[in-house]
Ligand binder design. Structure first.
Ligand code: AMP
Ligand code: MG
Length: 349
């Protein structure tokens, strides 16, 4: 069995090389943080940029301590082990409420209670990757029901035998919190890449938008291969794709985004989904949850959800198995195709 992972799928372009033109109030600090099972890069500008960058790191580490599924002392582990948790701080509660909403809005494609199935495939760390038997999957799928996660008074509770995995929403939630840190430290502009979650805060020092490359899912190991580039100001962009984490067995590839309807890695005809939205309360978590869910739902249902969405507006870039890149119209003038990938480009309304 081969173990393969490919993170670093959203490359940040033109991040460096602007130091020469910086005015004194635009000092810059960049730090790398390894957390939440991924490599993160945070760049802050402004007089307080070093303090801001380290405050971002503290925020992420604090969240990781609460939300990690592998740290036995985390709130999530305690909830998973005991089935209930007295919740004093309400941060986990807030994430669970948001997760419940996205479960409902995506018809159950996004479901944090898919955790036991994710673990059976070996994507929760530990014993290595494996293909579970159908019998095992059938048994575990009985535990998957996002609506059984409850918050009554101060008590959070799961259904019998359930556990949760916040891997599809935690980084987006963290990105939302970084906006608060940037504001607190009066950061005029900044860029945070938390694995596949990007926060483009303000614009670049030269006044142009941040440029964020969307990894070509067909070439996950080539960090210069893009399906296209997004220009973003005050926005989140989050990409989910099967190429980001997978293993191969008997010549077949199995990735980490599990369709709760089947218990198997999603097979919807998409190779990646990027969800972008302007910065507003909770829109980082929204982009994260939706990128995972829409990857499972496939092109038709994803576009349907986009067309009928009644929440915070978002836009999409879908890369399909049959070689197309589908861009929703609100993003069309901020998206530059990369023709070298050989994709056919479409704008949809
Ligand atoms: P993302 O990279 O945001 O798309 O999240 C993928 C991660 O979320 C996986 O590694 C699992 O930990 C978890 N996950 C997998 N399938 C689902 C699902 N259907 N709903 C919620 N979380 C999931
Ligand atoms: Mg996600």
């Amino acid at each position: 069995m081969k173990r393969l992972t490919a993170y670093g799928f959203l490359m940040l372009l033109l991040l460096s090389g602007c130091g020469a033109q910086l005015s004194p109030d635009e000092a810059q600090e960049s730090i790398q943080v390894i957390a939440m099972d991924t490599a993160m890069l945070i760049t802050t500008y402004g007089e307080r940029s070093p303090a801001a960058a380290y405050a971002c790191e503290d925020t992420i580490r604090d969240l990781e301590k609460k939300l990690s599924r592998t740290d036995p002392d985390s709130e999530v582990s305690r909830l998973n082990n005991a089935g209930t948790l007295e919740d004093s701080e309400s941060e986990l509660r807030s994430i669970l409420i948001q997760a419940g909403q996205y479960c409902q809005k995506t018809g159950g494609a996004f479901d944090i209670t898919v955790a036991p199935v994710v673990a059976a495939w070996g994507f929760a760390g530990g014993d290595g990757y494996r293909v579970p038997s159908q019998k095992e999957l059938d048994r575990l799928l009985e535990l998957v029901d996002g609506f059984a996660v409850k918050g009554n008074g101060q008590t959070l509770s799961l259904g019998p035998g359930q556990s949760i995995d916040l891997g599809a929403i935690a980084k987006g939630y963290a990105a939302d919190k970084l906006v608060g840190v940037f504001q607190e430290y009066e950061v005029p502009r900044g860029l945070a890449q938390l694995g596949g979650n990007v926060l483009a805060y303000g614009d670049r020092p030269d006044g142009t938008p941040w440029r964020v490359g969307i990894q070509d899912p067909a070439k996950p190991d080539d960090q210069n291969a893009f399906a296209g580039v997004l220009e973003l100001t005050d926005a989140f962009a989050v990409t989910s794709g099967g190429y980001q984490r997978y293993f191969e067995e008997n010549g077949k590839r199995y990735h980490h985004i599990i369709d709760p309807a089947t218990g198997y890695p999603a097979d919807s005809g998409l190779t990646s989904v990027t969800v972008a939205a302007g910065i507003s309360d909770g829109s980082g978590a929204m982009c994260d949850a939706l990128s995972t869910a829409l990857f499972i739902m496939g092109e038709e249902k994803a576009l349907d959800l986009w067309r009928h969405w009644d929440g915070t507006p978002f836009e999409l870039v879908l890369v399909t198995e049959d070689g197309r890149v589908v861009v929703t119209e609100g993003l069309a003038d901020r998206f530059t195709p990369d023709e070298s990938g050989g994709y056919a480009y479409e704008t949809v309304s």
